[in-house]
Design a binder for this molecule. Structure first.
Ligand code: NAD
Ligand code: MG
Length: 405
């Protein structure tokens, strides 16, 4: 890895995108923005492009391009404005950048993340849905094209930090030697102690109010249902080549221990820090060096205690659904993720009650179990399976009673 990195931040207007730009701006001697991408907030994108000196921006369509140009309103040289999903994938593979931050939310981020891996980039992967939908394809691309994969999800970044590794990140084909289990911590979200009977009337604002982390709306709802932790078990399975029965979920309400690795000799190594995504982002940008991130000190004396408990699978049915999908195989994982994206979107638009999110996923998984199995060796196969599952989940969701009626 050259010391100076030119970076494409895909999904720059999101929560992870903003934290990434914050860290990059702290290190002008070794980090620079090459490209930015956003789906909707064009004013924000223009502001970010001006501040970072991005050479390229990627927007979804011609109307967004117009809005971006209107928002530019500056004498500074206009960045090149690229349009559409293919331009996004091409930008991820652009020879003018070294590193790609994959921070688009949902399976929509899969083609560009895969393009970055196939171009042999240093890939900073925040987009966990890409691994859930296409873990084998993605990890194969990382290996075949000599890409460098660094996990951004705080738990996986923590595990990566606790595992033995050399100067270069890679895509393992077997569990690291001497490791017994990976222990993924989970905050339990805003409803950890809620009476399940009272969850029906939960509003999007309540579900998005996470006790420890400030994140995008979709992942905030996923954290409330704990499907997020299920997606992360699948993510850990692929990233670290770890069998499902050696990945443990542990509820830890303070979100200070970000995850742990248990070794054969009984040692458990943990990574701790404030719940601020700039730490894992700075780690991945600097790897193998350590960079200042702007994150404050961890004051354990002030915190006083750290609590742990086993997850309650009856309270969080989505977690069990994710375990079931991983055991069932890749097609089921695609269906799980697609159904969740549909259900969470409907919940956020107040078209689906909170408690029906798990039901939409469960019914979509049942539908999937009755389908003939298909090969999923190519991106097109994955996208077709994803589209079929979305269509099915839409139908199931539409049959549900709208929220609050
Ligand atoms: P967010 O909603 O804040 O931002 C999403 C970004 O993706 C935005 O820039 C948006 O414009 C872009 N986008 C949305 N739909 C798109 C589409 N169809 N095509 C292209 N671009 C699109 O989300 P976030 O919280 O920053 O999360 C991003 C990813 O990182 C998710 O996969 C999430 O699971 C993962 N992640 C986030 C956090 C966190 O703290 N926010 C932590 C761990 C992992
Ligand atoms: Mg996480």
């Amino acid at each position: 890895m050259t010391a100076f990195q030119r970076i494409a931040v895909l999904g720059s207007t999101g929560s992870i995108g903003e934290s990434t730009l914050d860290v990059i701006a702290r290190h002008p001697d070794r980090l620079a923005v090459h490209a930015l991408s956003a789906h909707s907030r064009m004013e924000k994108l223009a502001e970010q492009a001006r501040a970072s000196g991005a050479r390229v921006v990627v927007v979804p369509d011609a109307a967004a391009r117009e809005r971006f140009l209107q928002a530019w309103g500056s004498d500074a040289p206009l960045p090149q404005v690229r349009v559409g999903a293919q331009a996004l994938a091409d930008t991820a593979a652009d020879p003018a950048c070294d590193t790609v931050m994959a921070a688009i939310v949902g399976a929509a981020g899969l083609p560009s993340a895969l393009a970055a891996a196939r171009a042999g980039k240093r890939v900073l992967l925040a987009n966990k849905e890409a691994l859930v939908a296409a873990g084998s394809l993605f990890m194969g691309a990382v290996r075949d094209h000599g890409a460098e994969l660094l996990p951004i999800d705080s738990e996986h970044n923590a595990i990566f930090q606790c595992l033995p590794h050399g100067e270069r990140a890679s895509a393992p084909t077997r569990p690291a030697a001497g490791v017994r289990r990976l222990i993924l911590t989970a905050s339990g979200g805003p409803f950890r102690q809620h009476d399940p009977e009272l969850l029906h009337g939960i509003t999007p604002a309540q579900a998005c109010k996470h006790p420890n982390w400030s994140m995008g709306r979709k992942i905030s709802v996923d954290s409330a249902t704990m499907l997020n932790k299920g997606l992360e078990v699948i993510e850990a399975h692929w990233l670290f080549a770890m069998p499902q029965d050696r990945i443990e979920v542990l509820v830890h309400p303070q979100s200070v221990v970000h995850s742990m690795v248990e070794y054969e000799d009984g040692s458990v190594i943990a990574q701790l820090g404030q719940p601020d995504m700039r730490t894992p982002i700075a780690y991945a940008l600097g790897f193998p060096d350590r960079l200042a991130s702007g994150v404050g000190l961890l004051d354990l004396a002030r915190l006083g205690r750290l609590d742990f408990e086993a997850p309650d699978l009856r309270r969080f049915p989505c977690l069990q659904l994710a375990f079931d999908a991983l055991a069932a195989g890749q097609g089921a994982c695609i269906a799980l993720n697609a159904a969740n994206e549909i259900a969470v979107d409907a919940f956020l638009r107040e078209r689906l009650p909170y408690t029906r999110i798990s039901a939409v996923i469960a019914e979509t998984l049942e539908w999937h179990a009755g389908r003939p199995s298909v090969t999923l060796n190519h991106l097109d196969d994955v996208l077709a399976e994803d589209a079929a599952a979305r269509a099915q989940a839409e139908q199931i969701q539409a049959r549900s009673v709208p929220a609050g009626r």
